[in-house]
Design a binder for this molecule. Structure first.
Ligand code: RAM
Length: 920
């Protein structure tokens, strides 16, 4: 291997010298990622996938080859010694999903990598920056720790009438490193939630570790580089643990009086982990959780995700997580059994604090009751800053909206108590945040504050697993720009380890209908590749034994028949979108057996290729004035699944399966048309949603599709350009209208401000997306009818219009998978003056902007390096199109693919293009 590497390096050195330099300069390499993550500390994938993004000056730039080096040290990598893997020069244009193919990777080891590429003229780039990743503990035998906790006694008599909220548990261990330390790493997890502490500080910036999974199947552990926290002499490692999803209240269990309302996975939280001290002399010492640790209770008296946290600062064990602390009164921890679930690395990022928000005003609706408005509806926690006498008790409650009298509305939280309490120790200024609860809120109600609080008494901390920084959008309609902001706010609030339906009430479950309908939208707003990979593992774990995917995942309840058309189909639709958006076939492989089982379940439930409704039948959830039958929804989604299965089987090289599913799709399509499509092109149920689903899923007979689309357009017009659809129909109405050329109508719906519409929430002052079209109005009289037991103001499902906003309004789509062959096809309409947007795809940033300039249409686009695009220009006259003021004939960078009635289709390589089109 070594000799070939040296030979190879000599050859590349020479070819490098003799290459004709490219006058555009070589390509730049950016954003190196391993398994979708930037420099992940601890992964357990044995053949990780690498991604990078290229940037090159000028047009039509692409990669023709790459070379990856992986080294065991940064020094070796700097000397270009790929002692772990040297891919050699590989002739290929791929820049993502590139699989590691070197020697076996080992536990607790950091690997360094870089890549260089050759461009279209064989010009070699310089090496990229160095990236790294480390491997977690790959074998069971690597684990030395016991699951330890603290016995607080079990005190629960009734299930429903009083809450059982035990205190958090504190664990500590003092240790003294024996030699000089080179590196120290912590591998930790908990059944429950935990915060890791070292010498008085929190380790890392994670919240809600270790995340939510079906703990009977898998438990994720975290890897922290703790080298910088370790001192000479005595050190103290500590952990605070609480019930979390493992033992606390989950979802609506209490509300609907399930047999079990808490402790779905276990009764007592416990912590497990170990620290690896890598000494400079090469030896390793491991400090693992065992009976030599000490345990106790402390200041956190109650800690529950839904119910809130109580912190009594007078009970603090000051200095408990630091050296020189006397722990003689602490107990020996209780040892719990190992869980059945597999220990694995969390495949994504944990929840982090993504923003700190200062309140914009304080009101006092009742004497001594202060309401802080933080200006937008978020998911997160408060930070309280206060100075006052010892024992003062401050109560914090949370609300998304205010009632007429200025008090917060809490009725819509149902049985989520969502109340935090802080009891002052009475010293200097005290600053506190809860650790094991979170709330959905815009308003914080503070009672018991000593004196009159000022704005800095409360800070809102946004908590989320994602950053919504993958796109930009602006249009000539300010309302739509606010809508876009609201969609992002609500996605951030609900992408909380799993995609929850809402962050405030006693629900917060990973509802699959919401997730599937929003998946593509989610991908436009944020990089959700690793987040959704993690969620799909939850979905797969939650699949019912008979093949249906359940209503939500993880699925902690033991209730039978919890599935529904369009909810269970998430098991097909989300993986498909992972493939489409991120070119991810590995997740398809992972899900494939389950997806096939689900298809069999559907076949079994069908008669003559018609899958009826079944299970919970949520229908076109929260539609208004028009109901679509459960059977129609069942049958149409079955067809859609078959279509997507055929494409996914093809992507995996399973040609026979692809054929099988194509045939199945055709059979469903025929049966479906026979049952639901009339000869005049109407659907038998004639609701907006029936047209939208059948057209978008390609279930209309070809010769009738246009008629069906016209009928949909006509129905919308007759309805005053307003929706009658719910979670399922709405985005498909938009997509189907644009698919069949009714962009004007789609824009009218998009800009509508009367109920039911998106604009209605914006003009009523919303900062988020609501669960219902009419969750709230400024006109309070109509609010009294609202069902406050199910009225969330932070529900991302209706935000699924983002898919249309990017694919149609902005006009960015991918022809096959992963935005290598891009489609730029903006929905141009006189209903809008301009639309401008960008999207950071897995291949780089794509942007598209259009505006009217009298009788000209201006289109500015940018296509990333190493991709090409088909650009749809809305004219049949090639001579009407100019690019950079040049006619297309003279333009060597642009190929006219075809010119037809509505569009001229151009093919372009990477780079920026400025079109001016004369429109008669
Ligand atoms: C509600 C959830 C969710 C929806 C289901 C059917 O309670 O909030 O959004 O998918 O019911």
């Amino acid at each position: 291997m070594k000799i070939t590497v040296i030979l190879f390096q000599l050859i590349t050195l020479f070819t490098g010298i003799y290459n004709v330099p490219n006058d555009k300069g070589s390509l730049n390499i950016n954003r190196l990622r391993t398994e979708y993550l930037e420099n992940p500390k601890g992964i357990d994938v044995l053949n990780p996938r690498f991604n990078w993004i290229l940037k090159g000056e000028g047009r039509d730039r692409y990669q023709t080859a790459y070379r990856i080096l992986v080294s065991s040290s940064e020094k070796k990598l700097n000397q270009n010694q790929g002692d772990i893997w040297d891919s050699g020069k590989i002739t290929s244009n791929i820049t993502n999903q590139v699989e590691y193919d070197g020697i076996s990777l080992t536990s607790n080891t950091t690997y360094y990598w870089k890549v260089k590429v050759w461009d279209e003229s064989n010009t070699e780039s310089s090496w990229s920056e160095t990236a790294y990743w480390s491997m977690g503990l790959l074998k069971f035998s690597n684990w030395k720790g016991l699951f330890i906790g603290h016995d607080v006694g079990y005190d629960k008599t009734d299930k429903y009438d009083s809450l059982y909220l035990p205190p958090a548990r504190y664990l500590r261990k003092s240790f003294t490193p024996k030699k000089k330390i080179k590196k120290a790493t912590a591998y930790t997890t908990a059944l429950g939630l935990y915060e890791l502490r070292l010498n008085g500080s929190k380790v890392g910036d994670d919240y809600f570790a270790p995340g939510w999974t079906d703990y009977n199947k898998r438990l994720y552990y975290q890897t922290y580089d703790i080298t910088k926290y370790i001192n000479e002499g005595e050190n103290v490692i500590g952990a605070i643990i609480a019930d979390g999803w493992y033992a606390g209240y989950i979802g609506y269990g209490l509300f609907v009086r399930l047999d079990k309302v808490r402790e779905f996975y276990g009764v007592n939280p416990s912590f497990m982990g170990q620290i690896h001290l890598d000494y400079e002399d090469g030896s390793i010492e491991i400090i693992a959780t065992d009976r030599s640790w000490k345990s106790n209770q402390g200041a956190i008296r109650e800690a529950d995700i839904l119910m809130g946290e109580v912190y009594d600062a007078t009970m603090e064990n000051t200095g408990w997580d630091s050296p020189n602390y006397d722990d003689a009164s602490w107990k020996t921890p209780k040892v719990y059994t190992y869980p059945n679930g597999q220990l694995q690395v969390h495949p994504s990022n944990l929840v982090k604090n993504t923003e700190r928000i200062k309140p914009i005003r304080i009101t006092e609706p009742k004497p001594g009751v202060y309401v802080f408005d933080i200006g937008k509806n978020i998911a997160g926690i408060p930070e309280l800053k206060v100075k006052g006498p010892k024992g003062t008790k401050i109560r914090l409650r949370f609300g998304e909206i205010l009632k007429r009298d200025g008090n917060i509305q809490t009725e819509n939280l149902r049985l989520a108590r969502a109340t935090d309490t802080y009891i002052l120790k009475g010293e200097e200024e005290e600053v506190w945040q809860p650790k094991f609860t979170y709330h959905g809120f815009q308003y914080v109600e503070v009672t018991g504050f000593p004196g009159k609080p000022t704005l800095d008494a409360i800070t809102g901390l946004v908590l989320s697993s994602i950053k919504t920084d993958a796109s930009t959008f602006s249009s000539s309609n300010a309302m739509n720009n606010t809508l876009y902001k609201n969609i992002k706010t609500t996605q951030e609030a609900n992408f909380f380890d799993i995609p929850t339906d809402c962050p405030q009430r006693d629900e917060r479950l990973g509802w699959l209908g919401d997730a599937q309908t929003y998946m593509r939208s989610a991908s436009f707003n944020a990089d959700v590749a690793s987040f959704m990979s993690k969620f799909l593992i939850d979905v797969d774990d939650a699949q019912r034994w008979y093949g249906a995917y359940p209503n939500f995942a993880p699925f902690p309840y033991s209730r039978p028949n919890q599935y529904a058309p369009a909810w269970m189909d998430a098991g097909i639709i989300i993986p498909y979108n992972m493939y489409k958006v991120y070119n991810d076939t590995r997740i398809l492989e992972y899900m494939y057996a389950g997806m096939e089982k689900f298809m069999e379940f559907q076949a079994d439930a069908s008669t003559d290729f018609i899958r009826p409704g079944g299970g919970n039948n949520w229908g076109d959830w929260l539609s208004v004035n028009e109901a679509t039958s459960h059977d129609f929804i069942g049958a149409s989604y079955y067809g859609y699944d078959a279509k997507l299965m055929a494409e996914m089987a093809e992507a995996l090289g399973k040609t026979d399966d692809a054929k099988k599913y194509k045939t199945l799709f055709q059979s469903i399509k025929t049966a479906f048309a026979k049952k639901y499509i009339l000869e005049n092109g109407h659907t038998s149920e004639d609701t907006q949603t029936t047209y939208a689903l059948a057209l978008y899923f390609d279930l209309f007979p070809e010769q009738l599709a246009k008629k069906g689309a016209s009928r949909l357009a006509e129905k919308i017009e007759k309805n005053g350009f307003k929706f009658s659809s719910g979670f399922l129909g709405t985005k498909h109405v938009m997509l189907a209208l644009s698919k069949y050329g009714f962009d004007d109508i789609a824009y009218k719906l998009f800009q509508q401000t009367e109920y039911p519409s998106w604009g209605y929430s914006v003009v009523n002052g919303s900062t988020s997306i609501w669960e219902r079209w009419n969750s709230y109005t400024k006109d309070e009289s109509s609010n009294s009818d609202l069902n406050s037991s199910m009225n969330s103001f932070s529900h991302y499902a209706f935000g699924s219009v983002a898919e249309w906003m990017f694919i149609n309004a902005v006009g960015i789509d991918t022809e096959d998978s992963g935005y290598r062959n891009i489609i730029i096809k903006p929905a141009i309409s006189k209903e809008m003056n301009f639309i401008k947007g960008s999207y950071n795809s897995i291949n780089g940033t794509i942007s598209s902007a259009w505006n009217w300039d009298k009788n000209h249409l201006i289109m500015n686009i940018e296509i990333p390096t190493n991709t090409s695009a088909k650009v749809y220009i809305p004219t049949s006259q090639v001579s009407n199109i100019k690019e950079s003021n040049m006619s297309l004939k003279k333009n060597p960078d642009i190929k006219v693919l075809q010119s037809e009635e509505e569009f001229t289709i151009l093919k372009v390589g990477s780079g920026k293009y400025a079109f001016k089109i004369k429109i008669d």
